[in-house]
Design a protein around this ligand. Structure first.
Ligand SMILES: [Fe+2]
Ligand SMILES: [Fe+2]
Length: 290
């Protein structure tokens, strides 16, 4: 990356608002293997906006409980930790994740759908981990994995054709290499710089940095990073992509060291992801207020 490209990326990163203190605290709780649901409930209770939004969502048409839920304890238990993370991240990062990505020829909303589908797919994949893993953390890492794209998109603007040409002409082996050829940096690296600037928890930052090259992550984080890697590819296979880079990445088959599922189970992962994704998308988009 040239120094002017580097400066551009750093400037763009600093333009983005930091997530709220409570969102950061929630991400820390979520990344701590020792945490319990009560820690999440206690945090939500401290935040009146998050409390109000959680209660509105749990009683929305998308989830429609049999009887109205008025307590935050029941609401968090009903929705699960993943949806609380989804609500908080939507509040804090919704603007950046919902914008159009001109550099990827991707309209507004596509990145958010891709991220949300990846999150649910990574969570489903986590259930097939050989040594067990934190499924809710896989969800969070999936939700944030492409956070570098809105920043890099600005550097790739007017260059998406050059990026695709680099792939078509065999100058780049995948979209990541094409991004690097055209802009000097790849979206996973830019995302990692943003993660460091925000001081995101280390496992989430690792998933952002290595979601296309999971074998390069440190051993401790590899199961999580592979879950996001698979979730990302499942999202693209299911039609939730961000424009020009759809399925232009390589699947690392070493995921088999960490997960075991048959092709029938993969079909189930995809259908369970779709089932969980629909109401989440509908409610997080604010349709419950209609
Ligand atoms: Fe990516
Ligand atoms: Fe992705």
């Amino acid at each position: 990356m040239t120094s002017s490209q580097e400066q551009f990326v750093q400037k763009e990163i600093q333009k983005i608002s930091l997530p709220s203190a409570n969102t950061m605290r929630l991400l820390e709780i979520n990344s701590n293997p020792e945490h319990c649901l009560q820690d999440v409930i206690d945090l939500v209770k401290l935040d009146s906006a998050l409390t109000a939004r959680t209660l509105r969502i749990v009683n929305s048409a998308a989830f429609c409980p049999l009887v109205p839920i008025n307590s935050i304890d029941r609401a968090v238990s009903y929705l699960g930790e993943k949806m609380i993370v989804g609500i908080a991240v939507t509040e804090s990062c919704g603007k950046i994740l919902n914008q159009p990505l001109e550099g990827y020829e991707s309209p507004a909303g596509d990145l958010w759908k891709h991220d949300l589908f990846t999150a649910f797919a990574a969570k489903e994949v986590a259930r097939y981990a050989k040594n067990g893993m934190e499924a809710d953390l896989a969800f969070t890492a999936g939700l944030l994995h492409d956070i570098g794209k809105p920043v890099l998109s600005k550097l790739l603007e007017n260059a998406s054709k050059t990026t695709i040409d680099a792939l078509d002409h065999g100058e780049a082996k995948d979209y990541l290499a094409a991004e690097k050829l055209v802009s000097g940096v790849e979206h996973a690296e830019v995302g990692y710089q943003l993660a460091k600037y925000w001081q995101l928890p280390a496992p989430i930052a690792a998933a952002i940095r290595f979601h296309h090259n999971p074998s390069e992550a440190i051993e401790e984080f590899q199961p999580l990073v592979y879950a996001v890697h698979l979730g990302d590819i499942i999202a693209m296979m299911s039609g939730y992509s961000t424009g020009s880079d759809s399925l232009q990445y390589t699947l690392d088959s070493h995921y088999e060291n960490f997960f075991t599922f048959s092709s029938n189970e993969l079909t189930k992962i995809i259908s369970d992801t779709e089932t969980a994704f629909r109401p989440a998308l509908e409610s997080l988009a604010g349709k419950e207020e209609n």
